[in-house]
Design a binder for this molecule. Structure first.
Ligand SMILES: Nc1ncnc2c1ncn2[C@@H]1O[C@H](COP(=O)(O)OP(=O)(O)O)[C@@H](O)[C@H]1O
Ligand SMILES: [Mg+2]
Length: 406
């Protein structure tokens, strides 16, 4: 009896009705590329135009072709999806024109060095296990292979500023190491701040085209979300009102990813609660879970000691059950963190200034007055909408990057 019931539970979980269409949940994955990309036709055209020479090559590809493009723009405006969409279609087109074109997409948050990017490409596309090979050896294998097949490679490097500078240079200079027969092209994607601050001066001479992506306006956001809802959900599970509600949220952050993620989470929650449509309440819940990505931009702007200060609070708040901490406690943590990074800590007055900056920027929650203790009124520190674990991870990644570059 018991066993039967357990089986029923599984059966139910697997086959009971869902707000998603069959296969609809998958369309909300980050890597999903929809069939239509509205409002990006200018960008798609402009990216494509840079590859015209590839299709005009004579003598069956003994000539070289290489170009480097940069796409920049804030988070959630379709840079990644537009790059993937365009590259996918260029590859299909190349196939029809008997041009051998390899393509690959790498997010540098996941694959963090030139070596690992090259290796994983060689492994996935050519089945070459290049584990013990040096960078030069890997590159050599790649170029030989492309030459012998008279093939080309078009590589999308997303979030490229995460790579160490020497690796970025390495990629940019890759074609030229091998004489005239250039066969590797890059589409580099980056946020505008990083682009301006580090990348553009470093690589600009080698970039054929910089394409700036701007946020969608309200109407565009709503239309896109309507389309994405159609792909993901059963018609009866989502209403115009809900789509508008999500469009409003996205319009505030100007980040379409928030909308897609809210759809995903709300849909999952509806299924979990055996509801047959998305409700405003589900959307509100999902909204709170979606990590606001603007924070990632903000971290870039912070000085090292401010990052240490933010980390000192986040680490404290990461402990179970702790929702707020004190300046005294955080200051202690801050000094420990300085030690970890081999940096001399500044005094408490400076530390308080860092906290003020963090508060002004909105990373720190309002520094509210807490309990009166022996030392007078104590400030209590909290962090805004970002989960402490996420903040810790982000800051540590930034610090790693920053220190590598010093
Ligand atoms: N024009 C569009 N049509 C359909 N979906 C889009 C469009 N633009 C962006 N999206 C979706 O919005 C989300 C955010 O886009 P993404 O390309 O990841 O932004 P970025 O790379 O600029 O941060 C993705 O899920 C993407 O599929
Ligand atoms: Mg992206």
């Amino acid at each position: 009896m018991n066993e039967k019931r357990s089986v029923d539970i599984i059966q139910d979980a697997l086959f009971s009705s869902s707000v998603f269409k069959e296969g609809g949940e998958r369309t909300l994955n980050q890597s999903f590329v929809p069939e239509n990309l509205e409002y990006r036709s200018d960008d798609i055209r402009r990216i494509s135009q840079n590859f015209r020479p590839l299709f005009l090559l004579k003598s069956g590809g003994t000539e070289g072709f290489s170009t480097n493009l940069a796409l920049t723009g804030p988070a959630g405006v379709g840079k990644t999806v537009t790059a993937r969409y365009t590259v996918e279609h260029i590859q299909n087109m190349a196939g029809r024109h008997h041009i051998k074109l390899y393509t690959d997409y790498k997010n540098c948050w996941t694959t963090r060095t030139k070596t690992s990017i090259l290796r994983s490409f060689l492994r996935d596309q050519f089945g070459v296990a290049s584990r013990g090979f040096s960078d030069e050896e890997s590159t050599d294998i790649l170029i030989r292979r492309l030459n012998s097949e008279q093939a080309y490679l078009l590589l999308i490097l997303d979030e490229i500023s995460v790579l160490p500078q020497k690796d970025i240079r390495g990629f940019i200079h890759l074609p030229e190491e091998f004489g005239a027969a250039h066969r590797i092209s890059l589409i580099m994607i980056s946020r505008p701040t990083e682009w301006k601050v580090t990348l553009s001066s470093m690589v600009s001479q080698r970039i054929a085209d910089v394409i700036q992506f701007n946020p969608y306006n309200y109407e565009e956001t709503r239309k896109i979300l309507e389309y994405r809802a159609q792909l993901a959900f059963k018609t009866s599970s989502i209403s115009e009102d809900i789509i508008e509600m999500v469009a409003d949220i996205c319009d505030q952050t100007k980040n379409l990813r928030h909308g897609i993620e809210i759809f995903y989470r709300a849909g999952r929650a509806a299924d979990q609660h055996r509801m047959d449509e998305l409700t405003p309440e589900l959307i509100r819940h999902a909204k709170n879970d979606v990590f606001p990505e603007m924070r990632a931009d903000i971290l870039e702007e912070l000085k090292t000691h401010e990052l240490f200060a933010a980390l000192s609070i986040a680490r404290r708040l990461h402990h179970k059950g702790i929702t707020a901490t004190t300046i005294e406690h955080s200051f202690k943590n801050y000094r420990i963190i300085c030690e970890e990074w081999n940096v001399r800590p500044n005094g408490e007055a400076a530390f308080r200034n860092y906290l003020s900056t963090l508060e002004a920027i909105g990373i720190l929650g309002k520094v509210t007055k807490g309990v009166k203790g022996r030392k007078g009124v104590r400030a209590r520190l909290t962090i805004h909408d970002v989960p402490a674990a996420v903040l810790i991870e982000r800051i540590e990644v930034f610090l790693d990057k920053r220190f590598q570059r010093v």
